[in-house]
Design a protein around this ligand. Structure first.
Ligand code: FAD
Length: 805
């Protein structure tokens, strides 16, 4: 055995094995060693049901799942004996909202090249005559959904990886990750140590503890996961897999029998420490009381199974994450330590795609496409606390089959982080949503109204309340609590030089000035969307999105090395109150001595103000497109400042109003409209780029090179030509008969009285501004095609006249 490898993989389930296979097949091939504690597949993989669906919640995750199916099919056809086939799958709706949800998913599926048809109950009955369908309104049929044998698939990948030179060792537990100066350099086993450039933890439910032992946070937690297999029942030849999410069940025909699986509402988290150290090809005691409601529903769907009985009861552990999406990427805490784990019961269908993208991720140390929704940096250490994970896991497993309501908020593990005036906001009627652990007011209920969501695919119960908040911002003044915003202090003799290297704009600005810009990667993709305030010669404040803290700090740390600079997360030192609207100046001027006249406090500047006896940093900037100031208030002073700000009546406004307001102004939202696979030219943000500043900025060459070619995709705003249809995301955009893109973020414009959505329009031959604006667009929403007007500018105050007054 060589002592040194390019990559060491910990764990020989389907995920680790797929990564080993892809690394070994890569060009140039990388030396890879996979270490498995027991035998390959002995963790969770061996007992999976083996469903391989093609459609996921977003375009890129669908690409990964599709690739898995294609890989397994190709290997099956090449004679590697995976047990893969494509029986297709049906997902059934029992009520109109589910029908609507499935129709929306079907549109998205077709957009992503996944075959998909809507079937009426009688057409479903033709495919599976013995199903009880009386309450079924119809369903989507995905003819290319597959199933595979997880053990045979993993062993085939392992065989092929070995044939390409990968070292795979069984019965070799990794006892510790080797870390030097914050960099993973290999692993220790009981017998030896193995050095590697990079380490990937694919240790299933054991991943979290292995990470924690070296200070890396991989928030996942196991839960018990159940299925039963019936005695033989009459299933049609090539019967599709059936999912009935409203029943919480799926049915998989298996050699004349039926595997009945469930995603139950109150799952059973399982402490990994409770498993014996030699847990291998093992199962957990079956809990019939827990499974019974789902079994009953399944038997009601397939009445014949009531007669034949159950042959196998199965319960095994699977890893779940706080948001139901898996964990990929480099640890923000330990360099060169990567993770691929927490698969929320879709590890088999994800493994192929994950192997492929992780290979690229390891190569270039950044994701090969926008994978933010599964990037481990979306979490912070608080998400890895045991009690948080236990509470959230009980809920998150069941959410996989629950309705995916727009604006859904988890009920469990809440109140991790609160604004210092949380109680005051609650008293003002705030209905809180959660982002990155923060409780944030999304909307304010009327006096006497309960601040609680009533979910639907239509206009929800907050719709008219948000209109009031929106109107206050546009015509009067309103107060936002933006405490969750990420805030960093960048200081040191090289602070300006460092930030200039990172930022698209020239940040060598006068003290007290503010600049909006992006941080890019070497390919020009947008890593962060920030505003930056120079508060001293060698001190800057950076304001970023709440969800980006871990990612931004990782980015800063990675690039700070050659600079004399300190990057400090000050997010929880300051509350943020934004006073926004044409009357913001009048409202605030009454509370401070400092002149707020335009000449004294112009747009994009910052100064300290005294309000309520406290010094606050005021930044004149806006994310809603009106005159206003963001006030950064020392944490302990927040109640006093809030009391002063609200002494005169002021409308409170929440994040739903903010979303409407920022869309009208065409302000981009990182993680939705812009990501690391979109560059400022495509996103219409080239105005932030200063190509002439000394030293340039990371990503500038990629942009300059791109400028000489036609853009193949452009971000634009789409305004629906009706006032009732609501958008969420991923709705296909058509230009005439051609699908040309999809919606990436959306909201309702109370100014225009219609839905607005950002979307990228693609054309491989290139797309000019003129060509884009000349299109005749419709947006496909469930089974409707809604005419839409395209715009490259804001639909409200495109010349920014209102913010410079
Ligand atoms: C009942 C059930 C049904 C399921 N059905 C489906 C399905 O239909 N479709 C689907 O896509 N997914 C399904 N899944 C989920 C799927 O099985 C998992 O997502 C997948 O197997 C996870 O693979 P893994 O490689 O991440 O983890 P594992 O298979 O658990 O592999 C991790 C490996 O790491 C090893 N290991 C741990 N610690 C160490 C160490 N210190 N040193 C060396 N090795 C170590 C373990 O021994 C183990 O072999 C199901 C899961 C369950 C429980």
């Amino acid at each position: 055995m060589a002592e040194q490898y390019d990559v060491v993989i910990v764990g020989g389930g389907i995920i680790g094995t797929s990564i080993a296979y892809h690394l070994a097949c890569d060009t140039p091939a990388r030396s890879v060693c996979l270490l498995e504690r027991s035998k390959l597949t002995s963790g969770t993989t061996w007992h999976a049901a083996g469903l391989v669906a093609e459609l996921r919640a977003s375009a890129n995750l669908t690409r990964l799942a599709k690739y898995s199916g294609e890989l397994y099919e190709a290997l099956e056809q090449a004679g590697h004996g995976l047990g893969y086939k494509r029986p297709g799958a049906l997902t059934l709706a029992t009520h109109p909202d589910r029908r609507y949800e499935l129709l929306k998913q079907a549109a998205m599926a077709r957009q992503n090249g996944v075959g998909c048809d809507w079937l009426r109950p009688e057409e479903i009955a033709e495919r599976w005559p013995h199903l009880h369908l009386d309450d079924i309104l119809g369903g989507v049929y995905m003819p290319r959904d597959g199933q595979t044998n997880p053990v045979d698939t993993t062993l085939a990948l392992a065989r092929l990886a070995r044939a390409k030179g990968a070292m795979i060792l069984e019965d070799t537990p990794v006892t510790r990750i080797k870390v030097n100066n914050g960099v993973a350099t290999g692993v220790y086993t009981e017998a030896t140590e193995i050095n590697a450039e990079q380490v990937v933890i694919c240790a299933g439910l054991w991943t979290r503890n292995l990470g924690l032992s070296v200070g890396a946070h991989f928030p996942l937690y196991p839960a018990e996961h159940f299925y039963a297999v019936t005695e033989p029942v009459t299933t049609p030849t090539n019967a599709p897999i059936v999912r009935v999410p409203d029943d919480g069940i799926y049915l998989k025909p298996e050699a004349g029998r039926l595997l009945i699986g469930c995603f139950e509402r109150d799952a059973k988290p399982l402490a990994p420490e409770s498993l014996p150290a030699d847990f291998s090809f093992d199962e957990l005691p079956f809990d019939l009381d827990h499974f019974a409601p789902y079994l009953q529903r399944a038997l009601a769907r397939v009445p014949e199974a009531t007669q034949t009985g159950i042959r196998t009861w199965f319960n095994g552990p699977e890893s779940f994450t706080p948001d139901g999406r898996y964990l990929l990427g480099e640890s923000p805490q330990v360099e060169q330590l990567f993770v691929a784990a927490g698969f929320n019961s879709i590890g088999i269908q994800s493994a192929g795609g994950v192997g492929k993208v992780m290979t690229q991720w390891l190569h270039q140390r950044r994701p090969p496409m926008d994978l933010w929704e599964v990037d481990v940096r979306r979490f912070s250490p608080l998400h890895n606390e045991t009690q948080y994970l236990i509470e959230r896991t009980s809920e998150s497993l069941g959410l996989l089959y629950a309705m995916h309501w727009p604006h859904f908020e988890s009920a469990s593990a809440r109140n991790q982080k609160q604004s210092p005036v949380h109680a005051e906001l609650a008293a003002a009627g705030a209905c809180f949503g959660e982002l990155a652990g923060w409780e944030r007011p999304n909307w304010y209920a009327a006096p006497g109204e309960t601040a609680r969501y009533q979910y639907s695919y239509g206009k929800q119960n907050w719709f008219e309340r948000t209109r009031i908040e929106h109107q206050a911002v546009r015509h009067n003044v309103a107060l936002f609590d933006q405490t969750s915003f990420a805030k960093y202090l960048i200081s040191g003799p090289d602070a300006c030089r460092f930030l200039n290297r990172l930022s698209t704009a020239n940040v060598d600005i006068p003290i007290g000035n503010v600049v909006y810009c992006q941080w890019l990667n070497e390919s020009g993709g947008i890593e962060a969307d920030i505003t930056l305030t120079r508060i001293a010669e060698d001190e800057f404040w950076v304001i970023s999105a709440a969800a980006s803290v871990t990612r931004d700090l990782h980015w800063l740390a990675r690039h700070a090395r050659e600079f004399r600079v300190t990057c400090t997360n000050i997010s929880e030192r300051y509350a943020v109150f934004a006073v926004m609207g044409p009357n913001a100046r009048v409202h605030l001027q009454a509370l401070t001595e400092h002149s707020l006249a335009n000449a004294d406090f112009p747009f994009a500047t910052s100064a300290n103000l005294e309000i309520g006896g406290c010094t606050v940093r005021a930044i004149r900037i806006t994310y809603v497109g009106e005159l206003g100031w963001e006030l950064y208030v020392p944490w302990q002073d927040a109640p006093a400042v809030y009391a002063t700000l609200t002494r005169e009546p002021i409308q409170h406004a929440g994040y739903h109003a903010m979303n409407s307001l920022r869309l009208e102004k065409a302000y981009r939202h990182w993680g939705h409209d812009i990501s690391d696979e979109d560059n400022p030219l495509q996103a219409g943000l080239s105005f932030t780029c200063d190509f002439t500043k000394p030293g340039g900025f990371i990503g500038d060459n990629a942009l300059i090179e791109q400028q000489s070619r036609n853009l193949t995709r452009r971000l634009a705003l789409f305004k629906l030509d009706n006032s009732e249809t609501l958008l969420t995301h991923d709705e296909p955009i058509w230009d005439g008969e051609q699908r040309v893109g999809h919606i990436v973020s959306s909201g309702y414009s109370y100014h225009e009285n219609c839905s607005l959505g950002f979307g990228y329009v693609h054309n491989v031959a290139g797309i000019s501004r003129q060509a884009l604006l000349a299109g005749h667009y419709t947006v496909e929403v469930a089974d409707q095609y809604i005419n839409a007007t395209v715009s490259l500018r804001a639909v409200y105050d495109p010349d920014n006249l209102r913010i410079h007054v």
